[in-house]
Structure formats: C-alpha cells, structure tokens
Design a protein. Structure first.
Length: 56
C-alpha cells in the first residue's frame, strides 16, 4: 500500500530523474518534510480509527 506521504517524497525524485532538472535543497527538504508529516498524521489517524473500531 502506497501512502500519500510516500508519494510526495518519491515524486520529486522521479521528476529529477526524468527531466534532468535539479530541485533546490530547500524544495527537496520541504517536500520531504511535508511527506514525513503527512505520513505521521496518517499513521496517527489510522491508529485512532482502529482503536474506535476495536473499542466496541
């Protein structure tokens, strides 16, 4: 299963490979940070949903 956070981290790398353009350090860092943040919030939400389901 591919999550949104992983996609956000992977897409810029694919773009660089295919286009030959290099993203600046600032952009690659901020994109990675966004991806990781989404990844963590997604995991937390999934945990909460699982707790809610198993809590019945």
């Amino acid at each position: 299963m591919i999550s949104i956070g992983m996609l956000i981290v992977v897409l810029p790398n694919l773009y660089q490979k295919f286009s030959g353009h290099q993203l600046s350090d600032f952009w690659s860092l901020s994109i990675m940070f966004t991806g990781i943040t989404l990844e963590i919030t997604g995991l937390i939400k999934m945990m909460q949903v699982r707790k809610r389901i198993s809590g019945h």
